[in-house]
Design a binder for this molecule. Sequence first.
Ligand code: NAD
Length: 424
Amino acid sequence: MSSTEAPATHLAENPFAIAQRQLAHVGETFGIDPNLVGVLAECKKCVEVSVPVVMDDQSVEVFEAYRVTHNMTRGPAKGGIRYHPAVTRDEVKALAMWMTWKCALMGLPFGGAKGGVVCNPKELSPGELERLTRRYTTEIINEIGPEKDIPAPDVGTDSQVMAWIFDTYSMNVGHSVLGVVTGKPLSVGGSLGRDEATARGALYSIRTALQKQGARLPDNRIAIQGFGNVGRNLARLLSEEGARIVAVSDSRGGVANPYGIDVQAAIAYKQEHGVLEGLPGADAITNAELIELDCDVLAPCALEQVITAQNAARIRARMICEGANGPTTPGADEILEDRGVLVLPDVLANAGGVVVSYFEWVQGLQEYFWKEYEVNAKLNDITVRAFEETWQTRERFGTSMRVAAYGLAVQRVAEATTIRGLYP
Ligand code: NAD
């Protein structure tokens, strides 16, 4: 698990209001029944719980936590759990809605959900983290399940946290339930390829986009914000493909080198020192400078709202790959679209994680596990298909990639809702 320190105010705009505005815009562009848009603009269920935890010094701390289900029309809800000191209910609701669109765009039989615990996992001991996770799981145990709502890792959580969720749920029902959570360690039913799946999906999206422009990865300079599961793996995979990584960063700041950063050395340095700052052979830069750096592809892989109407005009990248969820505000989107910057939206660019989570769920239900090359090949098929569908929709409707991707997704959910009918 990597650093999650961030300013308490990383959300300048209400993310759920942004998600609702995006939906309204898509509804108008694609002529979707306003009644359906009204249904989809709200979350099906938002559970708020308090999580009391005995700390190592025997004091008791009570943490605020959420599990939100946005929609379950196309199947069980799916979405990560975030441990972060600045998580808010509306942030979790927005992330849950974006999960619905992501699963629909990728053609997965899932709806959308998300969870959050307001805590700083970096300040908790392993014992405190385990007790918090087990109590949180118990508090939401009636909400989750392999046919209901299946959590996964997100910012501040990792495969160890998923293992505790799996164990807590299984102990309560009296037998092992592999399908209750994804992103598990391999030793307890995880999938090969899941750890790097989000980054691998982003790699496939960038590669397909470059092919459309007649370009190749080795000719591209890439700046990556965030050096956790998504950012670190993306930097490694891209550099293995010959791309030049010109900047990387974590919550403390970044490092840059126009001639290229040795990514393996950066990973080792971060592991040893806990920060990227001070990496030999690279200059220090701030996260704000990284966003505006001279590069070909910019990949925000940390938190929301880092590309805004304030800095969008100064971005020099020709392409943005949203490894993070919601890194670009609607104001920034308009500026980038006008300037011809190609934005590969979150629901497409970081969907590799949920696609391989789907594979993990399927393998767990069947208790039959696939080889890594099978996982990666199937991920590539699904990502490239979704990319092509989005690209064609963008050309047909003359929209941005985001509006095209959300449009396809919302239409699929709307169609399923219409066919099922509104109960009762
Ligand atoms: P992580 O906790 O593993 O890593 C987060 C990284 O962001 C860390 O390097 C941290 O130092 C950095 N960071 C935190 N605050 C920052 C700030 N203010 N400025 C710059 N860097 C900052 O989390 P992750 O799993 O890599 O998730 C990152 C993003 O990707 C999130 O938006 C998440 O929702 C999204 N995502 C993750 C997955 C997944 O499978 N893990 C899947 C889809 C989308």
